[in-house]
Design a protein around this ligand. Structure first.
Ligand code: 26W
Length: 822
């Protein structure tokens, strides 16, 4: 009975062209012949948006009328990547748009180059959130993403003399066609002040008298499902100073102070924190967290729910999924709303609160767990701190009752730590409040329950579960690898795009010589495409048509880019010293992509050293171009989409027991790269699925690494006893890559590796080199290699984020898909 959606009504090249020209004229205010690429890009984006709009409105309307159980995904990061192509694909407009623009003499590829990706995330966690909202929409799940609209995304990385220099990521500067601001729906978020006894109200209710506040302005983004008529919403909040706030100060006559205060408030959503492993405990970060969480809860309770909705039913209506601890302040916020604003008593409020939050943990490193000093928390959110104390009092009583006399356990488990300063352990709060806690790969979830959160898992074993991460096949296969997608579709039809298990039907084709030949052809044209992009980006060359060996991920010691570097130096040293005949070396390009947190000195030194080694190797004519090191600056989603499809070898070499899951590893396998990796994170599951013969395993497993650590690890023993390792390290120390300079990054990395080596790179070096020798041998037989590569694709369907979302639905959310077309 509804009017048919625009997309169904006018799905023709002609109508698309009409819409596009209208956008160009009336929205950009230019004629086609005077339009810049940016004009054309914006007009194209808005045209595509039009086609999705009806479906979006429909989805929103249904969401309100159905009042179905909804997944609210709370995440401080959504690393979306470019939007244009994905939107066209989802709306089934890709070929129509291409043909329409061709007719107008416009190269759609050029326009894609204009788009600046929203880099609203650091790495794996933010990208996972983006994959998840894609899958939620494609699986028809009523859901909404909530996050922060940072004005500046993750910094743009540049290299100056091989050193990382950060530049602001001004991603909004050319306009932002994918968002719709709703200032009329802004909500107030309060901070600071003090609390006092409430007059009237429920027992235990307190009045919070905050002393400042900001407005949170929602910006809505479409999240289209893949051709299923559903368009979900991602709502990102932007901070705006309140008029009342300014006015008061203006009226006091202090103009400068008023403007300063405005800037202060608006700083909240100014920039994403670039630390991705060691929280800095900065006040602004806590402000960000509370800002988006308070706005999101308020939005859900007042705009998504109908007026007078009985909050006793909340658990049937929503699960708030906490993406790591960043949004955990939502727990005391909901308690505050229920008790102080709605007048509930404590037990009733706690009973409901414990049924609506679930917590995903993304780390195994204790130092990555967020802890907020109570000084800071109490100053910014005094009422929330009181609530946290009360939650903890009751929790600690519960622990004492369960384990009488075990005061050590009580201290270990307490939400409030006393040393070195009194502080709130957000992971403990999340675990106590959440009805489920999940890790992000099988090994990770096991280690969470056995190590990081062992006391909690003993007390509440049924709370702990696993959901192995996944990646969206729409973006990371269909869009990023059109060649492979075409080949797959030709072989098995296009059902795989939304049902990735169907890739298993490729398995017999691994034994088909013609299929393998075509697979190789696609891989090599993907390398040509990569070479083109790298040449443009800064004169980077690939080693002929050799192997592309890629290590792309944030720079962190536990990920061991230094081990990769030792391998490269060892090969180079071997060639220089005559130990390895040049002709025996497989032509290969070592590709790195990695940003270092700006304050992480060792990580920045590692970048400097990689660049120094790269410069030396790339300039050494005696290598005859057989080895190259390519380290393009500013690795991001846009670059990942050309790099991953071109890779032959995927480097997943973290110390076992440190990488929670990894998701790049899945993207590589699905694009037909073979993995060289440790038994860590999701590598374990990849290996199990693709088979040992199609995976290069090396290194200690987690128990072995833990045992070596416990017995006292002495890296110098490995240095002294392995001649190749010593030669590689000595070559670095000699200044061979740094123009004779033996100081700076060279000394500190050499000293660190030989004296401390926290992540035991030296202990795994020999095994890594042996595995690399196997790689070389395997790669020599191109046909056999392609067979393994095809099997990697055929056996990796499990790593679709659609499967992850189904697991979340079954194990945690208990929400049901609703078909928009039904
Ligand atoms: C400074 C605060 C902070 C701490 C940790 C900010 C961001 C983080 C993230 C949790 C870091 C992160 O991205 N973790 C990665 O999450 C991925 C998705 O689950 C996993 O695949 C990676 O193994 C994990 O490192």
């Amino acid at each position: 009975e509804n009017t048919p959606p625009v997309a169904a009504r006018e799905h023709t090249v002609e109508s698309f062209t009409r819409e596009f020209l209208r956008e160009l004229n009336f929205s950009q205010g230019v004629d086609l012949d005077r339009a810049s690429d940016n004009d054309k890009y914006l007009a194209l984006a808005k045209t595509v948006r039009h086609y999705l709009m009806t479906r979006w409105l429909e989805t929103l309307r249904n969401q309100y009328t159905d009042q179905a159980k909804t997944v609210a995904y709370l995440s401080a990061e959504f690393l979306l990547g470019p939007q244009l192509e994905n939107s066209m694909l989802a709306a089934n407009l890709d070929s129509i748009a291409a043909e329409s623009l061709r007719g107008l003499g416009i190269d759609i590829e050029e326009l894609r180059g204009v788009e600046i990706e929203p880099g609203l995330g650091n790495g794996g966690l933010g990208r996972l959130a983006a994959c998840f909202i894609d899958s939620l929409a494609t699986l028809n799940v009523p859901s909404i993403g909530y996050g922060i609209r940072y004005e500046y995304g993750i910094f743009r990385q540049t290299f100056v003399d091989g050193k990382q220099v950060e530049k602001p990521d001004d991603w909004l500067r050319l306009g932002s066609p994918w968002e719709i601001a709703h200032p009329e729906n802004a909500v107030e978020v309060h901070f600071g002040g003090h609390t006092k006894k409430a007059h009237g109200g429920a027992e235990g209710a307190r009045a919070w008298l905050p002393d400042w506040h900001v407005m949170a302005v929602p910006y809505n983004y479409m999240v289209p499902g893949y051709r299923n008529g559903r368009v979900n919403t991602l709502r990102l909040w932007s901070a705006k100073a309140t008029r009342a706030f300014d006015l008061q100060i203006f009226n006091e006559g202090d103009y400068e102070e008023a403007v300063r205060a405005q800037t202060f408030a608006e700083n909240i959503s100014k920039v994403i924190y670039p630390e991705d492993s060691t929280p800095q405990g900065k006040e602004l970060r806590l402000q960000q967290q509370y800002f988006f969480v308070a706005a999101s809860l308020r939005d859900f309770l007042t705009n998504v729910l109908p007026p007078d909705y009985p909050l006793e039913n909340l658990p049937n209506r929503v699960t708030w999924q906490l993406n790591d601890t960043h949004p955990v302040i939502a727990v005391p916020e909901l308690m505050r709303i229920l008790i102080d604003e709605r007048g509930w008593d404590w037990d009733k409020a706690w009973g409901i609160t414990q049924q609506v939050f679930a917590y995903t943990c993304h780390t195994l490193l204790p130092e990555a767990l967020e802890v907020w000093p109570t000084d800071l928390l109490g100053k910014l959110l005094p009422r929330h701190l009181e609530i946290i104390y009360q939650i903890n009092d009751e929790f600690v009583d519960q622990v004492r009752a369960a384990y009488p006399g075990d005061e050590l356990r009580v201290r270990r488990m307490s939400i409030v730590a006393e040393h070195p300063v009194r502080a709130v352990r957000m992971a403990h709060l999340a675990t106590v409040a959440g009805f489920k806690v999940n890790g992000v790969a099988a090994l990770h979830s096991k280690l969470l329950a056995e190590k990081l959160l062992v006391d909690f898992a003993q007390m509440w074993p049924e709370k702990f579960t696993n959901v192995t991460n996944g990646i969206t096949p729409r973006r990371f296969v269909r869009l990023s690898n059109p060649g492979l997608s075409g080949l797959i579709t030709e072989a098995i039809g296009d059902g795989w795009i939304t049902d990735l298990d169907q890739l298993s039907r490729l398995e017999p084709l691994a034994d088909d010589a013609e299929f393998r030949r075509r697979f190789r052809e696609i891989k090599s044209s993907n390398k040509v495409r990569l070479a083109g992009v790298l040449a443009k980006r800064g004169d980077i060359e690939l080693a002929g048509d050799g192997m592309v060996d890629a290590m792309v991920k944030r720079l962190h010691e536990y990920k061991r880019q230094s081990l990769k570097l030792l391998h490269i130096v060892s090969v180079y040293e071997g060639i220089c010293s005559g130990r390895i005949p040049l002709d025996s070396v497989t032509p290969r390009t070592f590709v790195f992509g990695a940003k270092a947190a700006p304050g992480y000195v060792r990580a920045k030194e590692t970048i400097e050293l990689i660049n120094a080694v790269g410069r030396t190797i790339n300039a050494d004519a005696s290598l005859k171009g057989r080895l190259k090191v390519a380290f393009p600056a500013n690795y991001n989603v846009t670059l990942a989409e050309v790099l991953i499809p071109a890779a032959d070898l995927s480097e997943q070499i973290s110390l076992a027991g440190k990488e929670a899951s990894g998701t790049g590893n899945m993207k590589f396998a699905l694009n037909g790269a073979l993995t060289i990796g440790t038994d860590d994170g999701a590598n374990v599951e990849i290996r199990k699925l693709v088979g040992d013969e199609n995976f290069f395993l090396f290194g200690m497993d987690e128990p072995a690494a833990a045992a070596l650590q416990a017995s006292g690890y002495h890296p110098d023993e490995f240095y002294e006893s392995d001649a190749d390792l010593k030669a590689a390290l000595d070559m670095i120390a000699s200044g061979a890559f740094t123009g004779g300079d033996q100081g700076g990054a060279v000394t500190s990395i050499f000293a660190d590796l030989t004296e401390h080596d926290r992540f035991m790179a030296l202990a795994d070096f020999r095994s890594y080199l042996d595995a690399q020798a196997k790689v070389e041998a395997a790669y020599a037989d191109q046909d056999a290699w392609s067979r393994s590569a095809v099997l990697n694709v055929a056996r990796s369907g499990f790593f679709s984020s659609d499967r992850s979302i189904r697991d979340y639905l079954d194990r945690i959310w208990k929400a049901k898909p609703i078909d928009q077309n039904a």
